[in-house]
Design a protein around this ligand. Structure first.
Ligand code: ADP
Ligand code: MG
Length: 292
């Protein structure tokens, strides 16, 4: 029979905005020593905005925004939403055809007869060769500021850089302090650039960063931490995070996130407040202490 205390524990969790799939989940929660945190939408709000469009020499910022906006209009990615919104505000967007999404790298489509690619700077450089200095300067500056930079290219040339900003949730730094107080090691995990990720990590007090991870490889990060003997909780919100959430000793999904992430997890943090992840660990320890 299920000990009454576990039921009381899950009930108490519900009051704290922590939905626990079954009373037995508290047992694995208690043993967690490492918390892997997705960056976008988990540590940050995930509500991105386009901050700047930097054209390559001889290009116009308006053109870069218009072509990029047309492609991103077809994508659901938070980066795409930010770009498409700004581009649509600036003027009507041409129709994009043959849209393609390249997971963790970027997107491609045909606009005005040109095959336009928008995505991770490293991916565009792999396809086209070194980017012009004015663009690498803009990318470096964006990363140093903890921002995301994507490159737009067509007809074999990089045409511009779009700088996108996200905001750290005002509860994230306190959540990290709570994790550390509970003896847990927080790790930031993201597909975003290493420098940008380190900048966000520094803002909230996380010392370990694993960045530039393709969506399909997030699960490997969790699996290798477990192979090192760590007992791992993964906190995430995206479709991207589902496999990692399922592979962790404990998956915790942001209630503000995707259904796929919630279904893959044992715990849902209803309000999308990272402090509730620390509350869950504290609650499980208290609850199981009362049983023993
Ligand atoms: P995260 O782990 O932060 O959610 P993703 O794995 O979704 O990031 O994306 C990693 C990187 O791939 C982004 O930082 C961006 O450079 C590029 N990227 C992905 N999708 C798009 C898109 N629709 N438009 C532009 N760039 C994209
Ligand atoms: Mg995310």
């Amino acid at each position: 029979a299920t000990p009454t205390a576990l039921l009381v524990g899950t009930g108490r969790g519900a009051q704290l905005g922590i939905l626990i799939k079954g009373p037995e989940v508290l047992e694995s929660t208690r043993r967690i020593d490492t918390v892997v945190l997705d960056k976008t939408g988990t540590v940050t709000t995930g509500r991105m905005t386009l901050l700047e469009t930097v054209p390559a020499a001889g290009e116009s910022a308006d053109d870069v925004l218009r072509m990029t906006g047309a492609v991103e209009h077809a994508s659901e990615h938070p980066i795409a939403r930010a770009v498409a919104r700004s581009a649509a505000e600036a003027g009507a967007l041409p129709q994009a055809h043959d849209f393609e999404n390249l997971e963790g790298r970027g997107v491609r489509a045909t606009v005005d007869g040109e095959l336009v690619a928008v995505g991770r700077p490293g991916w565009v450089a792999d396809e086209l060769g070194a980017l012009p200095a004015e663009l690498t300067d803009a990318i470096d500056a964006a990363h140093e500021a903890g921002r995301t930079a994507v490159v737009a290219a067509w007809d074999g040339r990089a045409r511009g850089v779009l700088v996108i900003g996200d905001t750290v949730k005002d509860t994230s730094a306190e959540a990290v302090r709570l994790f550390k107080r509970l003896g847990l090691t927080p790790v930031l995990l993201t597909g975003d650039n290493q420098r940008a990720a380190e900048q966000i990590a520094a803002q909230v007090g996380i010392d370990r960063v694993v960045a530039e991870v393709l969506p399909a490889d997030k699960v490997d990060v969790v699996t290798s931490l477990r192979a090192e003997g760590k007992v791992v909780a993964m906190v995430g919100d995206g479709v991207n995070d589902a496999a990692a959430l399922a592979a962790a000793d404990l998956g915790m999904a942001m209630g503000t996130g995707t259904d796929v992430a919630i279904e893959a997890s044992e715990i849902t943090l209803v309000r999308g407040d990272l402090r509730a992840a620390a509350d869950a660990v504290a609650l499980s320890r208290r609850t199981l202490r009362t049983i023993k």
